[in-house]
Design a protein around this ligand. Structure first.
Ligand code: ADP
Ligand code: MG
Length: 337
């Protein structure tokens, strides 16, 4: 395998009029990585993807694919392919012809391209669907066709822009597992754009968190979740109680701004466990989530926090309005820069 990064972005910048859509992005993505770009709507994810694909020319900076500068190379001549959220299938063509399309425009002979298209359909578990028209398929099946169509040309890098956004939750979760399996099997680089933090955490080897056209944190799913570097990341990736330096000092006796996850605090009755910080408060809301319950507590020190309690066999009911003690486990306090 090549030691060159699959993708190298250097000082990548794109302005539209006076909008800084992407602002100085530097990033290396390794061959075979499942990489996600995660960020709120408008943070520049699609624009980065379009510059990698060649649909958009950077205002400044460069895009390299496996060591070659492709910044000004036409989309067609790059070893990348894109799966869009809206599928973009040709409605008048059969599923098989849709999948074979990329090979047809590359001049591959009929027999060879139909065989390759059938193989790609099998990869996405749609054997036997080749004769249908896209309108005769469900949303999830159409998305699989789009995936097969992108994979059939054997790109080295597959770009996926919110590909599961139009699917309902159950189907989305099922497709996430399949995407991951397909990526592992083929060993190609996937760059996956999403605004859904859970999806990014589920799928990715590494995640770049975007805000306002910049990467604000880069790391493994676990890094980004366990050690968010800023209050933006702490709140965008999962939820956190965020304490300013002043609040941390006053409420926790801790120096420096920090955050803590809801699952790293407990509602305790009686004695507070050794080594924990005890905070008193009143239960403002309880939100039943099935396997767990989110308990919103108004702290006596004047701050609202959320605590996540597992609904296991030992769990007792926490009544609305009751006075409670929240035990904070200080080893889970994450410093914020
Ligand atoms: P995301 O995919 O993270 O939602 P985008 O990359 O689509 O973000 O957009 C980033 C910013 O650039 C937004 O403010 C968006 O309005 C702007 N933008 C994107 N494409 C264009 C365009 N073709 N013309 C003008 N502004 C654009
Ligand atoms: Mg987008």
């Amino acid at each position: 395998m090549s030691t060159q990064p699959a993708i190298r972005l250097t000082g990548l910048t794109k302005t539209f009029g006076h909008v800084n859509a992407v602002n100085g992005v530097n990033l290396d993505i390794a061959p075979g990585e499942f990489f996600s770009m995660l960020g709120p709507s408008g943070s520049g994810k699609t624009t980065v993807l379009r510059m990698i694909a060649g649909f958009e020319t950077p205002t400044s900076g460069t895009v390299e694919l496996f060591g070659n500068d492709v910044t000004t190379v036409a989309p067609f001549d790059r070893d990348v392919n894109t799966v869009f959220q809206d599928y973009a299938l040709f409605p008048h063509m059969s599923v098989l012809d849709n999948v074979a399309y990329g090979l047809r425009v590359r001049g591959v002979k009929t027999d060879a391209r139909l065989a390759a298209a059938r193989e790609a359909l099998a990869l996405v578990r749609l054997e036997g669907y080749g004769d249908r028209k896209p309108t005769q398929l469900s949303g999830g099946q159409r998305q699989r066709v789009a995936l097969a169509r992108a994979l059939v040309v054997e790109p080295k890098v597959l770009l996926l822009d919110e590909p599961l956004g139009a699917l309902d939750l159950k189907l989305r979760e099922q497709m996430q597992v399949e995407l991951k399996e397909i990526q592992r099997r083929l060993g190609i680089t996937f760059i996956f754009v999403t605004h859904d933090q859970e999806e990014a955490l589920t799928l990715s080897d590494r995640i770049a968190v975007f805000n306002e056209g910049q990467i604000v944190q880069l790391g493994t799913a676990e890094d980004v979740y366990r050690r968010p570097a800023s209050s933006f990341v702490a709140n965008f990736v999962g939820t956190s109680a965020v304490f300013s330096a002043e609040e941390a000092k006053k409420i926790l006796g801790h120096s420096g701004a920090c955050s803590i996850r809801p699952e790293h605090m407990d509602i305790v009755s009686g004695k507070t466990p050794a080594g924990t910080i005890a905070l008193t408060g009143t239960v403002a809301e309880t939100i039943f989530l099935g396997a767990s319950t989110r308990i919103i507590v108004d702290l006596a020190a004047g701050k609202r926090i959320a605590v996540l309690e597992q609904n296991d066999l030992n769990r007792k009911h926490t009544a609305l309005g009751s006075s409670v003690t929240v035990a904070v486990h200080p080893q889970f306090l994450t410093p914020l820069s």
